[in-house]
Ligand binder design. Structure first.
Ligand code: WT7
Length: 651
């Protein structure tokens, strides 16, 4: 960790907001003072100002059932009404909500009126398929406007969506469908990625055929996008357009209690089984809208906002769908990859739509840096005025490049720390207030209380480090792990009792600004996506040639971390293939089992793994090997010779 912070602190330039920026900024310094004076009063004010309540609440926070919080719980609201109808009713119906840009360059524009009409029809389709409040809908779609429409239609009728990233395998999709007991799956025939159509419906078919075919799913609703051939199960499968043919255009949104579930989103933990993170409506939408507006300095009537995240991740939920639409923003939704059909695709999109706020991940910035500044230089990026970063610490070199090359040397960068579990941004600068420090996420947002503590839970002071905790309940916090309250308690609350343990190491600098130092558990961060070592290990040992496997995240220049596996083959299968062949088979196997994002960058076939005398694999040493470092302390190893053998095999 100490190495890490020294590197991070290398850049010592400071970037205060310009007077012009501050003068027009949405979020002013008074937000901090107000929230410190009366934290609950502050959130009360935000919830009332930012949202429409079908029934006003009388209680702000009820923490009597800790760690399950209730925010605004005797009030009622409809999330879709807040994201759609009210904008139309208040005269903003002609404002563009979504510029949908397909990867091949096709464009579909939705105004708030059009988006509202579409969501009403799809809500009626869901009802006609027997889906009602509380039922679960699994969503497995490309990044097209229909994905957003589906999420909003689900919210509108009080159903609970679980979006599964389109890169996940049939097995991963099936386990999420089963865990959530989804009644309906919404998918597309396929979507565009890297210049080709990648099929989605066949993966849904495979998922539903698994385990003998029986599942909780009654219907599969299919958007036509890729025009690829798909198999059809009569009675179960329905085309999106056909389903809308007969339905009523009107749908009146009713209010649901503020603690009614909105979505479940699965994320990796320290075990092999993903956790279904549960979010509810009133508190979630309050904090998503508040942060989107203030952290990105949203001027909804003039800005064009673009968050590059997929709706399969929490960033896509809070900062593509719920935050921006609650705030009546105009945004770009782009289907494809950054390099298709050419490496300047993103910059072309910024020029085309005059994007003024861009929110993306350090891994993307680093890959653009590698390609060179000549590529963005060919496009007019002068519309950019605010930049955001999320998913991992942004290294100062990438920060400066992002600031100078994309932000024209003037756009502030807000580095936003948060998690699937926190639902919305927790640590970030306010761009009109904070003097920016490249590499640091800096300060808790107004209304959020963060501490860095030692292993005993003692809060640390300036110039020292420890574990990041959230010390007071916040509106958009998770309300549990779907179907597993014990795991919720154990994972986040057991370590410090009344404080939420985030799983990240962090440090205060001498000014008291926060620097994030990465995970302290067996969770990896690859391209800003969370992966579990245990989940990949269990996929590896599920292959018939594998006896034992250990997975580590090794530092990688572009992706932050890369998945590296060390595998011992079964004696009976050692001679069936060369080590290179075994490695290729296993990389492919993991991609098939979990999804391409989990495919190890390297699989080393080894004869032994370093273990303690009690048999625990010492991942720390494997990480040293994978990163080509000198091997650390091996005194607790059962057999100290093992590491040098592995090291020799690898290098
Ligand atoms: C983990 C959460 C929040 C949406 C994307 C990832 C890491 C996230 C930052 C940041 C340093 C960050 C943390 C966190 N992380 N943002 N700005 N600086 N680290 O969501 O998959 O739930 O992962 O991502 O380690 O715990 P997620």
């Amino acid at each position: 960790m100490s190495n890490n912070i020294d590197n991070l602190l290398h850049e010592d330039r400071r970037f205060p907001p310009s007077a012009e920026f501050t003068a027009q900024a949405v979020g002013q310094a008074s937000l901090y003072a107000d929230s410190k004076k009366d934290r609950l009063g502050f959130w009360d004010k935000q919830a009332k100002e930012l949202l429409h309540w079908h029934k006003p609440y009388t209680r702000v926070l009820d923490w009597s059932d800790a760690p399950v919080a209730k925010w605004f719980d005797d009030g009622e609201l409809n999330v879709a009404y807040n994201c759609l109808d009210r904008h139309v009713l208040e005269g903003r119906g002609d404002r563009v909500a979504i510029y949908g840009e397909g990867e091949p360059g096709d464009q579909r524009v939705y105004t708030y009126s059009e988006l509202t009409a579409e969501v009403k029809r799809v809500a009626n389709v869901f009802l006609s398929l027997g889906v009602t409040a509380g039922d679960r809908i699994a969503i497995y779609m490309p990044m097209i406007p229909e994905a957003v429409i589906t999420m909003l239609a689900s919210a509108r009728i009080g159903a609970v969506h679980t979006v599964v990233f389109g890169g996940f395998s049939a097995d991963s999709l099936r386990s999420r469908i089963d865990d959530a007991e989804a009644k309906l799956v919404v998918t597309a025939d396929g979507g565009w990625r890297k210049g080709k159509v990648f099929p989605l419906k066949p993966t849904v078919d495979a998922a539903l055929e698994a385990n003998g075919g029986g599942s909780t799913v009654d219907h599969v609703l299919v958007v036509k996008r890729g025009e690829n051939d798909v198999a059809w199960t009569e009675g179960r499968d329905i085309w999106w357009d056909d389903a809308q043919a007969g339905v009523d255009a009107e749908h009146v949104a009713q209010g649901f209690p503020a603690e009614h579930p909105l979505f479940i989103l699965y994320t990796s933990g320290t075990t092999g089984k993903p956790k279904g993170i549960l979010h509810t409506t009133g508190g979630y939408l309050t904090q998503a809208a508040f942060t989107h507006k203030n952290i990105f300095d949203l001027h909804a009537d003039t800005d064009v906002y673009w968050c590059t995240a997929d709706v399969g991740w929490i960033t896509g939920h809070s900062y593509v769908v719920y935050g921006p639409l609650a705030n009546g923003a105009t945004q770009v939704v782009y289907e494809g990859t950054p390099d298709a059909p050419h490496p300047g695709r993103w910059w072309e999109i910024i020029e085309k739509y005059k994007v003024s706020i861009l929110y993306t991940a350090p891994t993307a910035i680093r890959s653009f840096m590698k390609l060179g500044r000549e590529i963005p230089a060919k496009f007019d990026l002068s519309s950019i005025r605010v930049l955001g970063s999320v998913g991992e610490p942004i290294n100062p070199e990438a920060w400066i490049w992002y600031h100078d090359i994309i932000g024209g040397g003037k756009a502030p960068i807000v580095d936003t720390w948060w998690q699937t579990e926190t639902g919305a941004i927790m640590i970030a600068a306010l761009p009109g207030v904070t003097t920016l420090k490249p590499g640091s996420a800096q300060v808790p947002i107004p209304g959020v209380v963060i501490d860095i503590v030692d292993d005993q839970g003692i809060p640390q002071d300036k110039n020292s480090g420890g574990l990041l905790v959230i010390s007071e309940p916040w509106p958009s916090m998770l309300r549990g792990i779907w179907g597993d309250p014990a795991r919720f308690q154990e994972t986040y609350w057991e370590k410090f009792g009344d404080k939420y343990f985030a799983g990240d190491g962090a440090r205060y600098d001498r000014d008291g600004d926060i620097w994030l130092l990465g995970r302290v558990d067996d969770v990896m961060n690859v391209s800003g996506h969370r992966l579990s070592t245990a989940e990949i290990e269990s996929a590896l040992v599920g292959n018939q040639i594998v006896a034992e496997a250990a997975v580590v995240g090794a530092a990688d220049e572009t992706t932050g971390q890369a998945v590296v596996a060390f595998v011992i083959l079964k004696k009976s299968h050692i001679d069936d293939q060369t080590p290179e062949e075994a490695s290729a088979i296993l990389r492919k196997h993991v991609a098939e089992q979990i999804g391409a994002i989990a495919r190890p960058s390297k699989v080393y076939i080894v004869e032994e793994l370093p273990k303690t005398r009690s048999g625990k694999i010492m991942r720390r040493l494997l990480q040293d090997v994978a990163e080509g470092r000198e091997i650390g302390d091996t005194t607790t190893l059962a057999d100290t010779g093992v590491v040098s053998i592995i090291s020799a095999q690898v290098h």
